[in-house]
Write a protein that binds this ligand. Structure first.
Ligand SMILES: NC(=O)c1ccc[n+]([C@@H]2O[C@H](COP(=O)([O-])OP(=O)(O)OC[C@H]3O[C@@H](n4cnc5c(N)ncnc54)[C@H](OP(=O)(O)O)[C@@H]3O)[C@@H](O)[C@H]2O)c1
Length: 338
C-alpha cells in the first residue's frame, strides 16, 4: 500500500505514520520539514501554500491513498486536491466535529446540519462565536467541500474526530491536567463526576484513518467508545498515574459559570452543555473503529510527558486556570455550598 500523508510529524499525522509503517506500508510525507524526520519515510519537503511545491509533490506519485491531517484553509485544500487527483486513488480528510452547526451544544450524528463554507474560501471566512461556531469549523467545512469536489464523493472518506488525546498532544489539554495533579493541593473537579466524556486516543484515530485509506467512503464521527469514561474516572486516572496526593473537590457547573470560568480553555475538557459529549460514532463503529480505555491514554501520555522536551508549538493554545484563581473559586464555593 502506497500512502501519501499530508502532514505527519506533530501529533495525529505522526501516529498515522507509525501505524502505516507498522503495517508495512510505503509512506511518503509532504510537509515543510521544520519538525524533525521519522526514519523509514520518504519526505517531500514543501509548503502547502506554494503551487510549485504541490506540482513537484505530484511528480513523486502515484499513491493508493492520501491521508490529510493538515488542511485548514479551503482554498489551499482545493489546490492540493486538484493537483493530487490524478496521482492518488483515494483521499482521507481529517476534519472535525467543529463543522457541525450545533457543536458544542447539541447532540450530534453525521446527519446533523453542518456549517456552510465555499470550497475556495480563505482563512478568514466565517465567524468566531462562543459557544461555536468558529472560523476553524467553517474552514474545515470548506475543506470537506474542496476535497469532495476534486475527488468525487466515492473516493473520499471524511473523519470528524471530537477531542483527540494521547502522546505528543500539542494543544495541551491532557498535559495540563497531568501537570495540575503533579502539582498537588486541591484540584477543582469541574461539574459532575458522573458526566460521560468521549476523548479518543490519537493512535485509535490513526488506525481508523488507515482503515478508511483501504477503501471506506463517506463521513465518520470519531470519538472514544469507552462507555465507562467519565470526568470522575478521568481525574482519578490522572491522579493515579502521576502518583499525586492531590484532592479533588467537585464544584458544580453553575458555580463555575457564575465565577466566569471559560469553559474548554480555563478548565480543559470541561463544558457545561449536554451535547459536548453526546456525539454518535456508530457509523465508524460499524466500519471497524475500536478505541482503548481512557485510562490507557492517560497512562501513556504521562509516560511520554515525563521524557518530552518542552517545546513551544506554533499551534499550542493558552490553557488552564491559574493557581490563584483556582483557590479563589474554591473559597467562594466553600462559603456558599449547602
Ligand atoms: N487535537 C484535537 O483534539 C483534534 C480534534 C479534531 C480534529 N483534529 C484535527 O486533527 C488534525 C491534527 O493534525 P496534527 O496537527 O496532529 O497533524 P500532523 O500531520 O501530525 O502535524 C501537522 C503537520 O503539518 C505540517 N505543516 C504545517 N504547516 C505546513 C505547511 N504550510 N505546509 C506543509 N506542511 C505543513 C507540519 O510539519 P512541518 O512543521 O515540518 O511543516 C506537521 O507535520 C488536524 O487536521 C485537526 O484539525 C484535531
Amino acid at each position: 500500500m502506497r500512502l501519501l500523508l499530508l502532514g505527519g510529524s506533530w501529533f495525529l499525522g505522526r501516529a498515522v505514520v507509525d501505524a502505516a509503517l507498522a503495517a508495512g506500508w510505503e509512506v511518503t510525507t509532504f510537509r515543510r520539514g521544520r519538525t524533525g524526520h521519522q526514519g523509514g519515510v520518504r519526505l517531500v519537503q514543501g509548503d502547502r501554500t506554494e503551487p510549485a511545491d504541490l506540482a513537484r509533490l505530484a511528480t513523486h506519485g502515484p499513491w493508493d491513498a492520501i491521508v490529510d491531517t493538515m488542511s485548514y484553509v479551503p482554498r489551499e485544500s482545493l489546490a492540493m486536491a486538484r493537483i493530487l487527483e490524478t496521482v492518488a486513488d483515494r483521499y482521507v480528510l481529517v476534519s472535525t466535529v467543529s463543522v457541525y452547526e450545533g457543536w458544542p451544544v447539541e447532540p450530534l450524528t453525521e446527519h446533523s446540519p453542518t456549517l456552510k463554507c465555499p470550497p475556495d474560501a480563505d482563512a478568514d471566512y466565517g465567524v468566531d462565536a462562543d459557544p461555536g461556531p468558529s472560523r476553524y469549523g467553517f474552514g474545515k467545512a470548506g475543506c470537506e467541500c474542496a476535497v469532495t469536489s476534486a475527488f468525487g464523493p466515492a473516493r473520499v472518506a471524511i473523519l470528524r474526530p471530537g477531542v483527540i488525546l494521547g502522546p505528543h498532544e500539542y494543544v495541551g489539554r491532557l498535559p495540563w491536567w497531568l501537570r495540575r495533579f503533579e502539582r498537588g493541593g486541591t484540584v477543582i473537579g469541574p461539574g459532575d463526576p458522573a458526566r460521560r466524556i468521549q476523548p479518543v486516543d490519537v493512535r485509535d484515530v490513526a488506525k481508523f484513518a488507515l482503515r478508511c485509506a483501504l477503501g471506506l467512503q463517506g463521513v465518520y464521527n470519531v470519538v472514544g467508545l469507552d462507555e465507562e469514561a467519565t470526568m470522575g474516572e478521568f481525574l482519578a486516572a490522572c491522579a493515579e498515574v502521576t502518583g499525586s496526593a492531590a484532592e479533588v473537590e467537585w464544584v458544580p457547573d453553575e458555580h463555575l459559570i457564575k465565577s466566569g470560568v471559560k469553559h474548554w480553555t480555563e478548565i480543559p475538557l470541561w463544558r457545561p452543555f449536554a451535547g459536548t459529549w453526546d456525539i454518535s460514532a456508530s457509523a465508524a463503529e460499524r466500519a471497524g473503529l475500536t478505541t482503548r480505555p481512557l485510562a490507557e491514554t492517560v497512562h501513556d501520555t504521562w509516560e511520554w510527558l515525563q521524557n518530552a522536551e518542552p517545546m513551544a508549538h506554533e499551534r499550542a493554545a493558552e490553557l488552564g486556570i491559574t493557581p490563584e484563581r483556582e483557590s479563589t473559586i474554591l473559597e467562594a464555593w466553600r462559603a456558599q455550598r449547602p
